[in-house]
Write a protein of this length. Structure first.
Length: 287
């Protein structure tokens, strides 16, 4: 069965469970799944009930699709994602992101927990992703191209949409939430980086490092979906952190930051929804 057929089969199942037709997709990273509980008219669908959907094995990833309203904006939210380090192929790891697009989301906001590579970061900081470095050595578009999804050679000049970034800045200002900006480096994992690797990443221009997001953005831009990204800096990276790195620290920082994160996400989605309502070109997705 082709990827497109698998996606359409999954869409059919989801649409039997919720009458809402989402226009914005959200991917929630490690420890950030609580935001999905703020949706009204919420329908929760475990990944195990969605055909072809990979199920995450990582703590802090609930493994469920939530469809509901954020304010008056219909949203589809992935509470948890799959990673290459779990043994998934890149194509399989991005199935959820592609599913959001196939459900009708012309904009997808991706979030993650990341290590900060800059000494001025402190755990709990939020960073708007301006661009990324895919250092995993893999790409979800490798192999025969799915022409029904997008072109063989998609342009990644504006991987992270500038209009979405501007709306994120406005939302942060309105909510009084501090928002850094920087470059996210995606590595394979699951081991954390060495101090030497962090030094290399800083030379390359990375401000934050994690094990997700980059493949999803590639797959979504292939489908001409607008992408925005937020990293929650949950710890300082190796060589900068005074304590050993651990996933428990990631989850604890995410819990302590959930209110600021939630207020930013909710305000950002409201502004995007208003922009979509006022502009047919924005509503239709990126070029």
């Amino acid at each position: 069965m082709s990827v497109v057929s698998k996606l359409d089969e999954a869409v059919e199942v989801i649409q039997t469970k919720s009458p809402l037709r989402p226009i914005i997709g959200v991917v929630l990273g490690s420890g950030l799944g609580a935001w999905a509980e703020s949706l009204t008219e919420r329908v929760v669908i475990p990944y195990a009930e969605i055909p072809s959907m990979p199920v995450s094995s990582v703590q802090g990833h609930a493994g469920k699709l939530c469809v509901g309203l954020s304010g008056n904006v219909p949203v589809a939210c992935l509470s948890g994602r799959s990673h290459l380090y779990e043994g998934h192929s890149p194509e399989r790891a991005v199935f959820g992101a592609r599913l959001l697009a196939r459900l009708g989301c012309s904009t997808v906001l991706l979030t993650n927990a990341a290590g900060g590579t800059r000494p001025h970061f402190v755990p709990g900081d939020l960073m708007l992703i301006r661009d990324h470095l895919n250092l995993t050595g893999q790409n979800p578009l490798t192999g025969p191209n799915e022409d029904d999804l997008g072109p063989r050679f998609p342009d990644m000049t504006h991987a992270y949409d500038r209009r979405l970034a501007a709306l994120a800045r406005q939302a942060a200002s309105d909510e009084g939430v501090g928002l850094h900006e920087g470059i996210y480096a995606g590595l394979l994992g699951p081991s954390y980086e060495t101090p030497a690797e962090i030094g290399m990443l800083r030379v390359l221009g990375a401000d934050a490092v994690g094990m997700s997001t980059v493949h999803e953005v590639i797959a979504l831009r292939h489908m001409k979906v607008r992408c925005g990204g937020i990293s929650l800096i949950t710890n300082l990276a190796a060589g900068l952190s005074p304590t050993p790195l651990s996933h428990a620290e990631v989850e604890e920082t995410a819990r302590n930051s959930r209110d600021r994160f939630a207020s930013l996400m909710t305000a950002w989605i409201a502004k995007i929804g208003a922009a979509m309502a006022g502009s047919a070109s924005f509503r239709g997705g990126a070029a």
